[in-house]
Write a protein that binds this ligand. Structure first.
Ligand code: HOZ
Length: 431
């Protein structure tokens, strides 16, 4: 029963566009009505009607340790007693910056902001200021937040809603954003040659989370590194999803490829509204007041968000075994899901790395936006609904990665695989 969620959604639509504060949450791509959530703990999330689900969204990534982690909660409690915002420097933000530079291999200096969107918008401004160039190069289906420059061939909600190019973006902005297919190195070479000396930055999700989970081909990230170095292009890894998730040092550590700049998001706030961008000192020194590129914010480095993030990152740094556990859980879960689908004779592709994965209903490999779109999204919608009925909460879109938290143990993995079998049986029957 989800009657309270239904009532809230009806009321929400009167006051909030589409009844939600972020489009994917409206369940439009999968049908049905969104669940309104009242609390979550560990691996479980609970809606306002009291239904409990195993959470495979984990706030779109940050709940690596599961919901309401005790150490993060205690840190927030302590911080709250000292007021909520100062708009002035604090000791905790220095510690936080030091910790990020210690953990993320290519980051020498870092600036805190309030979201991943702010981080990517600021990073490209700095790259433009640093290079004196105007164009940016991004990959089709990659999502870097909702900054104007990025809503061209965008993934995530834009792809889910079928509007990868949003109205409201000026022609000038659109002209400055070049796009190529993910994993297509020849297309990158060609567009770079056609725009020689004009591209300030190449920005990429080193593992894509926003057209579903899509992995880079072997050597792809390194080849991009070489092109950027040769052409004087600032190489930016958007690690909003992969940072601190694929390893303590993110995708760059996992793949051993060093970008010039890195953007980070919700994970560094332990779920609180935080983002950050950082990189080589030489580039970051272009940021005001050290340099001429302006970027500011009263809530940047907010003491409560910093306290939460610091407690979260310290645990991730001090317990490397978490990553071993997450990797093992990823492999175990995905092999269970695969086994069921093979037994049922279904066409599918599952992409997985560490604790990120996506299931596509297609017989094609999924390596870019075009191949991601070959997935049977109607079947995904039915599968999503039946998984909910079987108490597993997936992202309400084919084009989002799923995330495994450290709170998911072997018993829960078996539960998810069982739900997967039952859900598929029903979803296929209802075709
Ligand atoms: N586009 C976001 C994840 N890729 C979804 C954000 C949300 O709805 O909270």
């Amino acid at each position: 029963m989800t009657s309270k969620s239904l009532q809230l959604f009806e009321k929400a639509k009167e006051y909030i566009p589409g009844g939600v504060n972020s489009p994917v949450r409206a369940f439009k791509a999968v049908g049905g009505q969104p669940l309104f959530i009242r609390r979550a703990k560990g691996a479980w999330i609970e809606d306002v009607d009291g239904n409990r689900y195993i959470d495979m969204i984990n706030s779109w990534g940050p709940m690596i340790l599961g919901h309401a982690n005790k150490q993060v909660e205690n840190a927030v409690r302590r911080a709250i007693k000292k007021s909520f915002s100062f708009g002035a420097p604090t000791a905790i933000e220095v510690e936080m910056a030091r910790l990020i530079t210690e953990m993320v291999p290519s980051v020498e200096k870092v600036r805190m902001v309030n979201s991943g969107t702010e981080a990517t918008m600021s990073a490209i401004r700095v790259a433009r200021g640093y290079t004196g160039r105007e164009k940016i190069l991004k990959f089709e289906g990659c999502y870097h937040g909702h900054g104007d420059s990025f809503l061209i061939s965008a993934g995530s909600g834009a792809m889910t809603m079928g509007v990868p190019d949003s109205p409201g973006i000026t022609k000038g902005t659109a002209i400055d954003t070049l796009t190529v297919p993910y994993n297509d190195i020849e297309a990158v070479k060609q567009i770079v040659a056609q725009n020689k000396g004009k591209i300030a930055a190449l920005i990429i999700e080193p593992v894509v989370g926003n057209m579903g989970c899509v992995l880079p081909h072997t050597g792809f990230l390194q080849k991009l590194r070489e092109i950027c170095s040769e052409e004087g292009i600032v190489y930016i890894f958007d690690e909003v999803m992969t940072g601190f998730r694929l390893s303590a040092g993110g995708a760059q550590e996992r793949f051993g490829v060093m970008p010039d700049m890195t953007t980070l998001g919700k994970i560094i706030g332990g779920g609180m509204p935080v983002g950050a961008y950082g990189g080589k000192t030489e580039i970051m020194n272009f940021v005001s007041p050290e340099g001429p590129v302006y970027q500011a914010g009263t809530l940047s480095g907010n003491p409560i968000a910093m306290a939460a993030g610091y407690a979260m990152l310290n645990q991730l740094r001090d317990k490397p075994e978490i990553y071993q556990q997450l990797d093992e859980s990823g492999i175990e879960l995905v092999s269970g899901l695969r086994k069921v689908m093979i037994e049922m004779g279904l066409n599918f592709t599952i992409n997985q790395i560490g604790s990120m994965y996506s299931l596509f209903f297609t017989n094609s490999e999924v390596i870019d936006m075009e191949t991601a779109k070959t997935s049977d999204t109607a079947l995904f919608g039915r599968y999503f609904k039946t998984m909910l009925e079987n108490r597993v909460y997936l992202a309400p879109s084919q084009f989002e990665s799923l995330f495994i938290s450290a709170a998911i143990d072997d018993r829960l993995i078996r539960k998810i695989v069982k739900a997967h079998r039952l859900s598929l049986e029903t979803a296929l029957k209802n075709a």
